[in-house]
Design a protein around this ligand. Structure first.
Ligand SMILES: [Zn+2]
Ligand SMILES: [Zn+2]
Length: 282
């Protein structure tokens, strides 16, 4: 079975099963995708994501504030914690630093200072709740690593989602208890350095995701993405490592429940024995 560890089920494209999350989830289940983590990108949007999860036993959620979103008021640490607790999230995020668009559109993108403070508050909230963090980072390598080192507990950890950095950064994050999540980008023709990451990061530190509706993998590139296509990400990793897709599926699934331990009690019945043996249900 596969896990889509990062999807935006409240933002699916209308060309994807009419934008209906239930239909998109069914299409994914038919390919063996049996667990989904739906991501909140502002605290205001968490109730909508939670409503989808309530209708589907195999969907768990996170709550966070994305670094690129313009919001009226920066949430206090207590507000982040309160939302997380009210909606029973398994992680804080996505949160992080994204400096890629700062030069192009400085009037719409939150400044470095705003992003840093927003990120810091979410890291502190996550540590206080002992929840893992889902991190979005782009062109902010050193600052991201510094904030992780300062504010997160390696025993709880987190994930660098939709990873696009190099092997050195992946290794540095792994050293601090983090996982690396690969998206459809790993299948892109120009992503040779990311395929090196796919080959060399320890298999027990890898997750897979779609980041639907963004970043559809080859051969679907250019279309709106959907959770069913996490299988193409797993196939690419398997080919790079010279192992079976089943092994990638099994390992990334076990990794998912090890990191997002609050999701383990909700895991599909056929996995419960394995998770119990691994000590992930106690
Ligand atoms: Zn992201
Ligand atoms: Zn995302």
């Amino acid at each position: 079975m596969f896990v889509d560890s990062h999807c935006h089920l409240d933002r699916l494209d209308s060309r994807t099963h009419g934008g209906d999350p239930a239909a998109a989830l069914d299409a994914a289940r038919a390919r063996g995708v049996k667990q989904f983590l739906a991501i909140g990108v502002t605290l205001d949007e968490v109730p909508g994501v939670a409503a989808i999860a309530r209708e589907h036993d195999d969907v768990v959620i996170s709550a966070g504030v994305h670094p690129l979103h313009s919001i009226e008021q920066e949430p206090e640490i207590d507000a982040i914690k309160e939302t997380a607790e009210r909606f029973g999230v398994v992680a804080i995020g996505e949160c992080g630093l994204d400096y890629h668009y700062l030069e192009k559109s400085p009037e719409t993108v939150p400044s470095r200072e705003v992003q840093r403070e927003r990120f810091r508050r979410q890291l502190i909230a996550a540590t206080e709740l002992a929840l893992p963090v889902i991190i979005h980072t782009r062109e902010a390598r050193e600052e991201t690593l510094a904030l992780i080192r300062e504010h997160t507990d390696p025993a709880v950890g987190g994930v660098l989602h939709c990873f696009t950095e190099d092997l050195d950064m992946a290794r540095e994050a792994v050293r601090h208890g983090f996982y690396i999540s690969l998206s459809g980008i790993v299948t892109f023709r120009n992503a040779a350095s990311l395929r090196e990451v796919a080959r060399k990061v320890p298999l027990d530190r890898l997750l897979i995701e779609t980041d639907s509706p963004y970043l559809a993998p080859v051969p679907h590139r250019g279309k709106p993405n959907e959770p069913a296509w996490v299988v193409e990400v797993a196939e690419c990793i398997a080919a790079e490592r010279g192992i079976s897709v089943e092994e990638v599926a099994m390992q990334t699934t076990a990794n998912f429940y090890r990191l997002f331990r609050a999701a383990a009690p909700e895991a599909p019945a056929e996995l419960r024995g394995t998770l119990q043996d691994a000590g992930l249900l106690g």
